[in-house]
Design a protein around this ligand. Structure first.
Ligand SMILES: *Cc1c(COP(=O)(O)O)cnc(C)c1O
Length: 387
Protein backbone atom coordinates (compact mmCIF):
# COMPACT_ATOMS: atom_id res chain seq x y z
CA UNK A 1 0.00 0.00 0.00
CA UNK A 2 1.30 3.44 -0.92
CA UNK A 3 1.13 5.73 2.09
CA UNK A 4 -0.06 9.34 1.89
CA UNK A 5 3.17 11.23 2.71
CA UNK A 6 3.24 13.88 5.45
CA UNK A 7 4.47 16.45 2.93
CA UNK A 8 5.22 16.59 -0.78
CA UNK A 9 6.44 19.03 -3.42
CA UNK A 10 4.27 20.19 -6.32
CA UNK A 11 6.20 20.57 -9.58
CA UNK A 12 4.19 21.51 -12.68
CA UNK A 13 5.03 21.90 -16.36
CA UNK A 14 5.80 25.61 -15.89
CA UNK A 15 8.47 24.70 -13.33
CA UNK A 16 9.99 22.11 -15.68
CA UNK A 17 10.05 24.60 -18.55
CA UNK A 18 11.76 27.21 -16.36
CA UNK A 19 14.55 24.77 -15.48
CA UNK A 20 15.01 23.45 -19.04
CA UNK A 21 15.00 27.01 -20.45
CA UNK A 22 17.80 27.88 -18.03
CA UNK A 23 19.92 24.96 -19.27
CA UNK A 24 19.55 26.37 -22.79
CA UNK A 25 20.99 29.75 -21.74
CA UNK A 26 24.40 28.21 -21.06
CA UNK A 27 24.38 29.37 -17.43
CA UNK A 28 24.59 26.63 -14.83
CA UNK A 29 25.65 28.61 -11.78
CA UNK A 30 26.12 32.29 -10.91
CA UNK A 31 23.96 33.42 -13.80
CA UNK A 32 21.10 35.95 -13.95
CA UNK A 33 18.48 33.59 -12.47
CA UNK A 34 19.95 33.90 -8.98
CA UNK A 35 19.51 37.69 -8.82
CA UNK A 36 16.02 37.27 -10.33
CA UNK A 37 15.08 34.79 -7.62
CA UNK A 38 16.47 37.08 -4.92
CA UNK A 39 14.42 40.00 -6.25
CA UNK A 40 11.30 37.81 -6.32
CA UNK A 41 11.90 36.77 -2.70
CA UNK A 42 12.19 40.44 -1.70
CA UNK A 43 8.96 41.31 -3.53
CA UNK A 44 7.17 38.40 -1.89
CA UNK A 45 8.32 39.06 1.70
CA UNK A 46 8.90 42.81 1.71
CA UNK A 47 12.54 42.41 2.75
CA UNK A 48 15.06 44.83 1.22
CA UNK A 49 17.75 42.24 0.48
CA UNK A 50 17.89 38.49 -0.15
CA UNK A 51 20.91 36.20 -0.48
CA UNK A 52 20.05 32.82 -2.00
CA UNK A 53 22.28 29.95 -0.88
CA UNK A 54 22.77 26.18 -1.17
CA UNK A 55 20.30 25.16 1.57
CA UNK A 56 18.55 26.39 4.71
CA UNK A 57 21.31 25.14 7.00
CA UNK A 58 23.89 27.17 5.04
CA UNK A 59 21.56 30.17 5.41
CA UNK A 60 21.50 29.69 9.19
CA UNK A 61 25.27 29.24 9.33
CA UNK A 62 25.93 32.43 7.37
CA UNK A 63 23.35 34.37 9.40
CA UNK A 64 25.10 33.32 12.63
CA UNK A 65 28.47 34.30 11.16
CA UNK A 66 27.13 37.66 9.99
CA UNK A 67 25.76 38.18 13.51
CA UNK A 68 29.34 37.73 14.72
CA UNK A 69 28.67 34.65 16.87
CA UNK A 70 31.91 33.17 18.20
CA UNK A 71 33.41 31.07 20.97
CA UNK A 72 32.16 32.23 24.36
CA UNK A 73 28.87 33.55 22.96
CA UNK A 74 25.42 32.06 23.45
CA UNK A 75 22.36 32.05 21.21
CA UNK A 76 18.88 31.12 22.43
CA UNK A 77 16.61 28.96 20.29
CA UNK A 78 13.68 26.56 20.58
CA UNK A 79 14.09 22.87 21.40
CA UNK A 80 11.14 22.01 19.12
CA UNK A 81 12.88 22.46 15.79
CA UNK A 82 15.09 20.73 13.28
CA UNK A 83 18.65 20.28 14.60
CA UNK A 84 19.92 22.86 12.06
CA UNK A 85 18.52 25.77 14.14
CA UNK A 86 20.98 24.88 16.93
CA UNK A 87 23.81 23.30 14.90
CA UNK A 88 24.43 26.64 13.18
CA UNK A 89 25.39 28.10 16.57
CA UNK A 90 27.84 25.26 17.19
CA UNK A 91 29.38 25.80 13.70
CA UNK A 92 30.49 29.23 14.98
CA UNK A 93 31.98 27.81 18.19
CA UNK A 94 29.17 29.39 20.24
CA UNK A 95 26.71 27.66 22.57
CA UNK A 96 23.04 27.04 21.76
CA UNK A 97 20.73 27.55 24.72
CA UNK A 98 17.20 26.13 24.66
CA UNK A 99 14.22 28.08 25.98
CA UNK A 100 10.97 26.22 26.60
CA UNK A 101 7.87 26.54 24.41
CA UNK A 102 4.34 27.90 24.66
CA UNK A 103 1.81 25.14 25.07
CA UNK A 104 -0.71 26.32 22.46
CA UNK A 105 1.61 27.00 19.48
CA UNK A 106 4.73 24.97 20.44
CA UNK A 107 6.72 28.14 19.62
CA UNK A 108 9.51 29.50 21.81
CA UNK A 109 8.12 31.40 24.82
CA UNK A 110 9.50 34.96 25.25
CA UNK A 111 9.11 34.63 29.04
CA UNK A 112 11.40 31.57 28.90
CA UNK A 113 13.91 33.42 26.70
CA UNK A 114 14.30 36.09 29.41
CA UNK A 115 15.25 33.43 32.00
CA UNK A 116 18.26 32.37 29.90
CA UNK A 117 19.73 35.77 29.07
CA UNK A 118 23.14 36.59 30.54
CA UNK A 119 26.15 38.65 29.46
CA UNK A 120 27.25 35.93 27.00
CA UNK A 121 23.94 36.01 25.10
CA UNK A 122 24.44 37.49 21.61
CA UNK A 123 21.54 36.26 19.48
CA UNK A 124 18.00 34.90 19.48
CA UNK A 125 16.90 32.33 16.90
CA UNK A 126 13.11 32.02 17.11
CA UNK A 127 11.63 29.28 14.91
CA UNK A 128 8.15 29.81 13.45
CA UNK A 129 7.14 26.24 14.18
CA UNK A 130 4.71 24.63 11.70
CA UNK A 131 4.42 28.03 10.01
CA UNK A 132 2.91 29.87 12.99
CA UNK A 133 4.71 33.17 13.67
CA UNK A 134 6.47 33.50 17.02
CA UNK A 135 5.60 36.33 19.37
CA UNK A 136 7.98 38.62 17.42
CA UNK A 137 6.94 41.90 19.02
CA UNK A 138 7.89 40.58 22.45
CA UNK A 139 11.08 38.97 21.09
CA UNK A 140 12.13 42.22 19.40
CA UNK A 141 11.57 44.07 22.67
CA UNK A 142 13.83 41.64 24.56
CA UNK A 143 16.47 41.88 21.82
CA UNK A 144 16.48 45.66 21.94
CA UNK A 145 16.78 45.74 25.72
CA UNK A 146 19.77 43.35 25.70
CA UNK A 147 21.30 44.38 22.34
CA UNK A 148 20.84 40.96 20.74
CA UNK A 149 20.73 40.02 17.06
CA UNK A 150 17.49 38.31 16.02
CA UNK A 151 17.63 35.61 13.33
CA UNK A 152 14.20 34.21 12.44
CA UNK A 153 14.26 30.58 11.36
CA UNK A 154 11.40 30.95 8.87
CA UNK A 155 12.00 27.60 7.15
CA UNK A 156 8.35 26.71 7.88
CA UNK A 157 6.90 30.16 7.47
CA UNK A 158 7.26 31.53 3.94
CA UNK A 159 3.80 32.97 3.26
CA UNK A 160 2.93 33.47 6.93
CA UNK A 161 1.86 36.84 8.31
CA UNK A 162 2.29 38.51 11.68
CA UNK A 163 0.36 41.63 12.70
CA UNK A 164 -0.25 42.52 9.08
CA UNK A 165 3.35 42.07 7.90
CA UNK A 166 4.80 39.14 5.98
CA UNK A 167 7.20 36.81 7.75
CA UNK A 168 10.54 37.50 6.08
CA UNK A 169 9.97 41.26 6.04
CA UNK A 170 12.39 41.41 9.02
CA UNK A 171 10.28 44.10 10.66
CA UNK A 172 11.02 42.53 14.06
CA UNK A 173 14.42 40.97 13.34
CA UNK A 174 17.84 41.47 11.77
CA UNK A 175 17.65 38.47 9.45
CA UNK A 176 15.24 35.70 8.49
CA UNK A 177 16.22 32.43 6.84
CA UNK A 178 14.23 30.24 4.44
CA UNK A 179 14.66 26.65 3.22
CA UNK A 180 13.57 25.33 -0.17
CA UNK A 181 13.84 21.63 0.65
CA UNK A 182 11.08 19.64 -1.15
CA UNK A 183 8.77 19.43 1.89
CA UNK A 184 8.87 23.20 2.47
CA UNK A 185 6.47 25.76 0.95
CA UNK A 186 8.38 26.16 -2.30
CA UNK A 187 11.27 24.04 -3.49
CA UNK A 188 14.51 24.33 -5.44
CA UNK A 189 15.53 20.73 -4.61
CA UNK A 190 18.06 21.92 -2.07
CA UNK A 191 18.18 25.64 -1.43
CA UNK A 192 17.81 28.42 1.08
CA UNK A 193 17.99 32.18 1.51
CA UNK A 194 18.73 34.87 4.07
CA UNK A 195 16.53 37.98 4.09
CA UNK A 196 17.54 41.26 5.72
CA UNK A 197 16.87 45.00 5.60
CA UNK A 198 20.42 45.86 6.70
CA UNK A 199 22.89 46.73 3.94
CA UNK A 200 25.92 45.86 6.12
CA UNK A 201 24.58 42.35 6.74
CA UNK A 202 23.64 41.93 3.08
CA UNK A 203 27.17 42.76 1.93
CA UNK A 204 28.73 40.49 4.53
CA UNK A 205 26.39 37.59 3.66
CA UNK A 206 27.03 37.98 -0.08
CA UNK A 207 30.77 37.68 0.50
CA UNK A 208 30.46 34.82 3.01
CA UNK A 209 28.55 32.85 0.37
CA UNK A 210 31.68 32.93 -1.85
CA UNK A 211 34.72 32.43 0.42
CA UNK A 212 34.68 36.01 1.74
CA UNK A 213 35.78 37.19 -1.70
CA UNK A 214 34.93 40.55 -3.29
CA UNK A 215 35.56 42.10 -6.70
CA UNK A 216 33.81 45.36 -5.82
CA UNK A 217 36.31 48.14 -6.77
CA UNK A 218 35.11 50.30 -3.86
CA UNK A 219 36.10 47.56 -1.38
CA UNK A 220 39.48 46.44 -2.77
CA UNK A 221 42.64 47.36 -0.85
CA UNK A 222 44.51 47.67 -4.14
CA UNK A 223 43.93 46.61 -7.75
CA UNK A 224 46.56 44.67 -9.73
CA UNK A 225 44.42 44.47 -12.89
CA UNK A 226 41.10 43.35 -14.35
CA UNK A 227 41.61 39.76 -13.03
CA UNK A 228 41.95 40.93 -9.46
CA UNK A 229 39.83 39.94 -6.45
CA UNK A 230 40.42 39.90 -2.71
CA UNK A 231 39.46 37.58 0.13
CA UNK A 232 38.73 39.63 3.24
CA UNK A 233 37.55 36.92 5.66
CA UNK A 234 36.90 33.20 5.77
CA UNK A 235 33.73 32.22 3.92
CA UNK A 236 32.40 29.17 2.10
CA UNK A 237 31.07 28.00 -1.22
CA UNK A 238 27.38 28.08 -0.30
CA UNK A 239 26.15 29.15 -3.74
CA UNK A 240 22.90 27.97 -5.32
CA UNK A 241 22.76 27.18 -9.06
CA UNK A 242 21.04 29.14 -11.79
CA UNK A 243 18.62 26.33 -12.70
CA UNK A 244 17.61 25.87 -9.05
CA UNK A 245 16.93 29.60 -8.84
CA UNK A 246 14.78 29.43 -11.99
CA UNK A 247 12.75 26.69 -10.30
CA UNK A 248 12.46 28.85 -7.18
CA UNK A 249 11.17 31.87 -9.11
CA UNK A 250 8.63 29.69 -10.92
CA UNK A 251 7.49 28.05 -7.66
CA UNK A 252 7.20 31.39 -5.88
CA UNK A 253 4.49 32.48 -8.35
CA UNK A 254 2.29 29.74 -6.89
CA UNK A 255 3.00 30.44 -3.22
CA UNK A 256 -0.32 32.19 -2.50
CA UNK A 257 -2.26 29.30 -4.01
CA UNK A 258 -0.15 26.73 -2.11
CA UNK A 259 -0.77 28.54 1.18
CA UNK A 260 -4.49 28.88 0.65
CA UNK A 261 -4.79 25.17 -0.20
CA UNK A 262 -2.79 24.27 2.93
CA UNK A 263 -5.01 26.52 5.04
CA UNK A 264 -8.16 25.02 3.56
CA UNK A 265 -7.13 21.44 4.37
CA UNK A 266 -5.86 22.50 7.76
CA UNK A 267 -9.16 24.13 8.73
CA UNK A 268 -11.05 21.04 7.59
CA UNK A 269 -8.84 19.05 9.98
CA UNK A 270 -9.43 21.53 12.83
CA UNK A 271 -13.17 21.28 12.30
CA UNK A 272 -13.14 17.48 12.16
CA UNK A 273 -10.98 17.08 15.29
CA UNK A 274 -12.77 19.58 17.52
CA UNK A 275 -14.10 17.76 20.57
CA UNK A 276 -12.15 14.55 19.79
CA UNK A 277 -9.07 13.27 21.69
CA UNK A 278 -6.94 14.63 18.82
CA UNK A 279 -5.81 18.08 19.92
CA UNK A 280 -4.21 20.53 17.50
CA UNK A 281 -2.07 23.68 17.53
CA UNK A 282 -3.75 27.04 18.00
CA UNK A 283 -3.70 29.96 15.61
CA UNK A 284 -3.39 33.12 17.66
CA UNK A 285 -5.09 36.38 16.79
CA UNK A 286 -2.82 38.61 14.71
CA UNK A 287 -1.08 35.56 13.28
CA UNK A 288 -1.67 33.89 9.92
CA UNK A 289 0.10 30.53 9.89
CA UNK A 290 1.63 29.19 6.69
CA UNK A 291 0.52 25.71 7.86
CA UNK A 292 3.78 23.97 6.98
CA UNK A 293 2.84 20.83 8.90
CA UNK A 294 -0.22 19.63 10.82
CA UNK A 295 0.42 18.20 14.26
CA UNK A 296 -2.20 16.29 16.26
CA UNK A 297 -1.66 15.86 19.98
CA UNK A 298 -2.90 12.93 22.00
CA UNK A 299 -2.76 12.51 25.76
CA UNK A 300 -1.26 9.03 25.71
CA UNK A 301 -1.59 8.71 29.50
CA UNK A 302 -5.32 8.22 28.76
CA UNK A 303 -4.76 5.77 25.89
CA UNK A 304 -5.16 2.03 25.84
CA UNK A 305 -1.94 1.72 23.84
CA UNK A 306 1.48 3.30 23.65
CA UNK A 307 2.38 6.18 21.34
CA UNK A 308 4.40 3.71 19.28
CA UNK A 309 1.31 1.52 18.76
CA UNK A 310 -0.84 4.47 17.72
CA UNK A 311 1.88 5.75 15.38
CA UNK A 312 2.14 2.29 13.80
CA UNK A 313 -1.66 2.15 13.47
CA UNK A 314 -1.46 5.20 11.19
CA UNK A 315 1.40 3.72 9.15
CA UNK A 316 -0.44 0.39 8.81
CA UNK A 317 -3.51 2.27 7.57
CA UNK A 318 -1.68 4.11 4.81
CA UNK A 319 -1.11 7.42 6.60
CA UNK A 320 2.54 8.50 6.38
CA UNK A 321 2.75 10.11 9.81
CA UNK A 322 5.94 11.70 11.09
CA UNK A 323 7.13 13.48 14.23
CA UNK A 324 8.24 17.10 14.46
CA UNK A 325 10.36 17.24 16.56
CA UNK A 326 12.44 15.35 19.09
CA UNK A 327 13.65 18.14 21.44
CA UNK A 328 17.08 18.96 20.00
CA UNK A 329 18.92 18.77 23.31
CA UNK A 330 17.81 15.13 23.77
CA UNK A 331 19.89 14.09 20.75
CA UNK A 332 22.85 11.92 21.79
CA UNK A 333 25.29 14.48 20.38
CA UNK A 334 23.79 17.24 22.53
CA UNK A 335 23.61 14.99 25.61
CA UNK A 336 27.36 14.41 25.22
CA UNK A 337 27.82 18.18 25.22
CA UNK A 338 26.16 18.26 28.64
CA UNK A 339 22.51 19.10 27.85
CA UNK A 340 20.09 17.38 30.22
CA UNK A 341 16.68 15.76 30.08
CA UNK A 342 14.12 17.77 32.04
CA UNK A 343 15.48 21.19 31.05
CA UNK A 344 12.41 22.12 28.91
CA UNK A 345 9.45 20.25 30.45
CA UNK A 346 6.83 21.66 28.09
CA UNK A 347 8.88 20.67 25.03
CA UNK A 348 9.27 17.15 26.42
CA UNK A 349 5.54 16.91 27.16
CA UNK A 350 4.82 18.10 23.63
CA UNK A 351 7.20 15.47 22.23
CA UNK A 352 5.26 12.81 24.12
CA UNK A 353 1.97 13.92 22.54
CA UNK A 354 2.71 15.01 18.97
CA UNK A 355 2.15 13.17 15.70
CA UNK A 356 2.43 14.92 12.32
CA UNK A 357 -0.29 13.91 9.86
CA UNK A 358 -0.17 14.56 6.08
CA UNK A 359 -0.64 18.10 4.81
CA UNK A 360 0.51 19.39 1.43
CA UNK A 361 -1.15 21.58 -1.22
CA UNK A 362 -1.65 18.89 -3.87
CA UNK A 363 -3.58 16.62 -1.48
CA UNK A 364 -6.85 15.41 -2.94
CA UNK A 365 -10.17 15.64 -1.10
CA UNK A 366 -10.18 11.84 -0.89
CA UNK A 367 -6.75 11.83 0.72
CA UNK A 368 -7.77 14.46 3.27
CA UNK A 369 -10.95 12.51 4.07
CA UNK A 370 -8.92 9.36 4.58
CA UNK A 371 -6.60 11.15 6.99
CA UNK A 372 -9.58 12.50 8.94
CA UNK A 373 -11.34 9.14 9.14
CA UNK A 374 -8.13 7.41 10.25
CA UNK A 375 -7.56 9.96 13.03
CA UNK A 376 -11.15 9.37 14.15
CA UNK A 377 -10.67 5.60 13.97
CA UNK A 378 -7.50 5.86 16.07
CA UNK A 379 -9.33 8.09 18.58
CA UNK A 380 -12.14 5.55 18.94
CA UNK A 381 -9.84 2.53 19.04
CA UNK A 382 -7.32 3.84 21.56
CA UNK A 383 -9.05 6.63 23.49
CA UNK A 384 -12.78 5.88 23.80
CA UNK A 385 -14.00 5.36 27.37
CA UNK A 386 -16.13 2.26 26.78
CA UNK A 387 -14.30 -0.93 25.94
C1 LIG B 1 14.22 22.45 6.90
C2 LIG B 1 14.63 23.23 8.06
C3 LIG B 1 15.92 23.79 8.20
C4 LIG B 1 17.07 23.47 7.29
O1 LIG B 1 16.85 23.59 5.97
P1 LIG B 1 17.66 22.71 4.91
O2 LIG B 1 17.35 23.40 3.63
O3 LIG B 1 17.13 21.32 4.98
O4 LIG B 1 19.12 22.79 5.26
C5 LIG B 1 16.15 24.62 9.27
N1 LIG B 1 15.22 24.86 10.20
C6 LIG B 1 14.00 24.31 10.14
C7 LIG B 1 13.01 24.64 11.19
C8 LIG B 1 13.68 23.47 9.08
O5 LIG B 1 12.47 22.89 9.04
Amino acid sequence: MKRIPYGHQWIDSGDIKAVVDTFKTGWLTQGPQIADFERALCRCTGAKYAVAVANGTAALHLACMAAGLKKGDEAITSPITFVASANCVLYCGAKPVFADIQDDTANIDPAEIIKHINNRTKALIPVHFAGHPCDMKEIAKIAKRHKLTVIEDAAHALGAEYRGTKIGSCKYSDMAILSFHPVKHITTGEGGAILTNRKDLYEKLSMLRTHGITKDPSKLERCDGPWYYEQHFLGFNYRITDFQSALGTSQLKKLDRFISLRRKISSAYDKAFKGTPAGFLAERSGAKSAKHIYVVRFDFSKARASKKDVFNFFLDNGIGVNLHYIPVYLQPYYRKLGYRKGSCPKAEKYYGEAITIPLFPSMTGAQASKVISTVKKASAKFFSKEK
